[in-house]
Write a protein that binds this ligand. Structure first.
Ligand SMILES: [Zn+2]
Ligand SMILES: [Zn+2]
Length: 357
């Protein structure tokens, strides 16, 4: 990657299209989108300050900063208050994921056997990388919660006076960013990195992963990290946001279920390791739901390196469920990006069989 000042005035629509075509042709099986061109001593907050040349979206004009987002940025058929508020709450739940350690257990190749698995050459060493993720759930543990497990954070594990109440925050991301528990325990999670300290903005917070992961899949390119926290205010804020997101996503999905034409796809991520941005496009295909409730999306909403693991919501694809978000996985071709598996739906036993809702 060449470091050079980006001259936006020199970027034409033709240049951008050509760049996307070149990028796609270099990635016949799809390129993951992790930012590794990182100067640890320099934090670039906005895409305007970027000093590297982006090979995919040179001008980044479709990337909307969180504080500039409004319903007018949505496709015209979706410009209602419920959908706008749902996008804002999902954006609040989106996080940046930073990791360095590369597990010795990463496989040589993807299960299909065609392509090399990311960071194989760095196994047992480090590769500083930035991607995205999103909070999907917060669970209270300890005194008064009915859950007795002791806190597993580093501070409590080596202390004689471990905290008696703590919270576990579940963060979904892409498996190619965080492969296993050895990578998870060194992962840093950046919350509310919105690049603005204006009225109404939430204070930026940090969490760490710990020695555990679940619900993860290599071919589904999805992982779930657990992040312990003692920050009661943060835990309550995230719990409230999850609850509100659940309600608004259900409402918006119900409202837009019968839209004519392609469904709207929204992506929230941290492109190039910068602050949070929203992109909007159309959902182009949706895999059939398999018997385990797994499914991926393809969409035209723009993504860049750093967007891997970011939140993808296809509005109205499912009538009621809020379990429709999926982590962004890769560039598929010159027009489409692709998600990992959407989160498994709720499993319910009904009429003598399991059913996903
Ligand atoms: Zn870019
Ligand atoms: Zn603890």
């Amino acid at each position: 990657m060449k470091r050079m000042k980006l001259d936006k005035s020199a970027v034409s629509a033709d240049d951008e299209k050509k760049t996307r075509l070149q990028t796609a042709s270099q990635c016949p099986t799809g390129c993951i989108e992790v930012e590794t061109d990182i100067d640890p001593g320099l934090e670039v907050i906005t895409l305007d300050e970027l000093t590297i040349e982006c090979e995919k979206n040179k001008s980044h004009k479709s990337f909307i900063p969180i504080d500039k987002f409004s319903r007018l940025d949505l496709l015209s058929r979706y410009q209602d208050e419920v959908t706008e508020q749902a996008v804002k709450v999902l954006a609040d739940l989106t996080v940046q994921v930073t990791a360095a350690w590369v597990s010795e257990d990463r496989p040589e190749k993807y299960p299909s056997g065609e392509a090399e698995y990311p960071y194989v050459k760095e196994r047992g060493g480090t590769m500083l990388r930035k991607g995205s993720g999103y909070v999907q759930k917060v669970v209270t543990y300890g005194k008064g919660s009915g859950m007795k497990d002791p806190c597993e954070c580093r501070e409590c594990r080596y202390s004689s006076s471990a905290r008696d109440v703590w919270w576990e925050v579940e963060v979904v991301s892409a498996r190619h960013i965080i492969y296993d528990h050895t990578e998870a325990r060194g992962a840093n999670i950046d919350l509310f990195y919105d690049g603005s300290t204006g009225i109404g903005r939430k204070e930026r917070k940090k969490m760490k992963g710990y020695n555990s992961m679940w619900g993860s899949s290599v071919d589904g390119d999805r992982c779930v990290l657990f992040c312990p926290t003692h920050d009661e205010q943060l835990a309550h804020t995230l719990k409230d946001l999850c609850k509100t997101a659940d309600r608004l996503v259900r409402e918006a999905n119900s409202r837009h279920q019968h839209q004519v034409g392609p469904h709207m796809a929204v992506v929230v991520s941290h492109p190039h390791g910068c602050q949070k941005y929203i992109t909007v496009g159309e959902s182009t295909t949706t895999d059939k739901l398999d018997e385990e409730g797994r499914q991926t999306y393809t969409y035209t909403a723009d993504t860049c390196r750093g967007s891997s693991g970011g939140l993808v919501w296809v509005v109205g694809r499912w009538e009621l469920t809020s379990y429709v978000t999926a982590p962004h996985s890769r560039v598929l071709d010159k027009r489409n990006n692709k998600s990992g598996d959407r989160w498994l739906a709720r499993l319910i036993w009904t009429n003598n069989r399991f059913k996903y809702t």
